[in-house]
Design a protein around this ligand. Structure first.
Ligand SMILES: CC(C)(COP(=O)(O)OP(=O)(O)OC[C@H]1O[C@@H](n2cnc3c(N)ncnc32)[C@H](O)[C@@H]1OP(=O)(O)O)[C@@H](O)C(=O)NCCC(=O)NCCS
Length: 156
């Protein structure tokens, strides 16, 4: 089973290996260190094997904490690491006084949607997810686009 803890800046290289895209990692870790988001890492076999973030404001479902960016290393999937990450993130949401958590999942990602339903999330409707890739130094938008997702919620 994985240990879950808060991210720190020493995790950046491991997260780049896991997620690809150093700028994206720098923006996510930066938001967590600044306190506007929370970010957790899952450790197994002495390395970072999984991650997940919580955005407290400006997520996909206005006003609700948004759990996003979940990824578990290929080869470590299907062992409960993702489930453990969601449990820790949901506990953090409760500590913040939230009574509902939200996430969204690509329409094509039926395996992840099944997992979220098993975790207690229900589809509230279709969502057009507008994503932005930020330059970590300037904070300016480096790229952006849309993807079709399902918005999902869970009462905590
Ligand atoms: C989705 C993900 C974070 C779940 O983490 P995990 O550690 O595999 O999750 P768990 O072991 O707790 O649960 C496994 C469940 O996830 C489902 N799952 C979703 N995507 C999966 C994948 N790519 N590989 C294996 N299982 C996957 C399995 O169907 C399984 O459900 P089941 O028990 O009903 O068969 C992980 O599989 C992953 O990184 N997938 C690729 C990236 C992704 O889809 N991220 C989510 C974006 S919304």
């Amino acid at each position: 089973m994985a240990d879950i803890r808060e991210v720190f800046d020493g995790d950046i290289d491991a997260l780049v290996s896991l997620l690809g895209g150093r700028n994206r990692v720098l923006v996510r870790v930066g938001a967590a260190l600044a306190g506007t988001e929370d970010m957790f890492v899952a450790l197994a076999d002495n390395r970072v094997r999984g991650t997940m973030s919580i955005r407290w404001a400006g997520g996909c479902d206005d006003g609700l904490p948004w759990l996003y960016g979940a990824e578990v290393e290929d080869g470590y999937r299907g062992r409960g690491i993702g489930t453990a990450l969601w449990q820790v993130a949901e506990e953090r949401c409760r500590e913040h006084g939230a009574t509902m958590a939200s996430l969204d999942v690509e329409v094509a990602n039926t395996a992840a949607r099944r997992l979220y339903e098993r975790l207690g999330y229900a589809v509230v409707g279709p969502h057009r997810h507008h994503w932005r890739a930020l330059d970590p130094a300037s904070g300016e938008i480096a790229a952006e686009g849309d993807s079709e997702t399902w918005a999902m919620r869970k009462a905590l």
